[in-house]
Design a protein around this ligand. Structure first.
Ligand code: SER
Length: 286
């Protein structure tokens, strides 16, 4: 499946589930002085989550162009050095504005990954916020994931905020085990480890609060859903390559750059980092 096909399958899947398909908003957010660049699919819906803006739909799905090169979500220093960080990426997301909540989103995500994309259920691992027994029980009792494959993690991993202020809430992440030959070499089953073995695929955020400038959490008018899955990462998994840079979304740019420079990719690690940085920055700039 090409990256383009995966993007379309995602949007089609959620359209069939009564979601309105909304276009990616500009990379430079309109009317949001708290952000330089759009850093998540939910940015364009911030006021909808807060109840300030009403829309004529309560379910939406997008493929949002995102840049994470500064501020709270900043991947700049990792670009080129890891298999999975970019400044620019496309984020697939589905959103509920006071419509479905935890049960609904968990079922949709599972169906899309295992039935539409056909990922192996036994390779998928889950993390939930340590106080979120509701999400834990849905994964365990309704989806049927063994407890040993569900981790309860703290605020750093499983509580998502857009920035220092604004909509936020506990989240549940779906990870895939890429196998013991990938990553730090430990034979553990540990999605907390930052190596590439357990790759975070999809973040399901249970939007429940608005954080004010003093850090106080105020309940949102209606519990809502915000999810995000990097298109390049899921493309790498579906295309059975271990680096986003080897997907059909990016590798051709690397090959073109190498050809212009008169070198070959995967001959020299230092030059490879540069080729990946150029490919990433070329996409972001474009
Ligand atoms: N807003 C969450 C994230 O960016 C889910 O989309 O990870």
């Amino acid at each position: 499946m090409t990256g383009k096909e995966i993007r379309q399958k995602f949007l089609d899947f959620f359209e069939q589930k009564d979601h309105t398909i909304v276009k990616s908003s500009s990379l430079v957010p309109e009317n949001d002085p708290t952000l330089l660049f759009t850093n998540a699919g939910m940015n364009q819906f911030k006021d909808t989550f807060l109840g300030v803006e009403k829309r004529n739909y309560s379910r939406a799905a997008t493929c949002q162009k995102v840049v994470r090169a500064g501020g709270k979500h900043n991947d700049l220093e990792n670009v080129g050095r890891t298999a999975r960080h970019h400044t620019f990426f496309e984020m697939l997301g589905n959103f509920s504005f006071g419509d479905y909540f935890k049960r609904g989103v968990i079922n949709y995500a599972w169906e899309f990954l295992t039935e539409v994309l056909g990922l192996d259920k036994e390779k998928l691992y889950i993390s939930v916020f340590h106080e979120d027994d509701e999400a834990f029980n849905i994964w365990k009792n309704e989806i049927g994931i063994s407890e040993t494959r569900i981790s309860k993690l703290g605020e750093k991993e499983n509580f998502w905020s857009m920035g220092d202020t604004g909509p936020c809430g506990p989240c549940s992440e779906i990870h895939i085990d890429q196998g013991p030959e990938i990553g730090c070499g430990r034979s553990c089953c540990d999605p907390e480890c930052d190596c590439d073995r357990f790759l975070e695929l999809w973040n399901l955020v249970f939007m429940q609060y608005d954080r004010d400038a003093e850090g106080t959490l105020h309940p949102l008018p209606k519990p809502s859903i915000d999810t995000g899955m990097g298109l390049e990462r899921i493309a790498a998994v579906v295309q059975n390559v271990t680096s986003n840079f080897d997907t059909d979304l990016i590798r051709p740019i690397i090959e073109e750059t190498a050809s212009i420079a008169g070198i070959r990719y995967k001959d020299n690690e230092k030059l490879d980092i540069s080729l990946r940085v150029i490919a990433d920055h070329a996409r972001a700039t474009t």
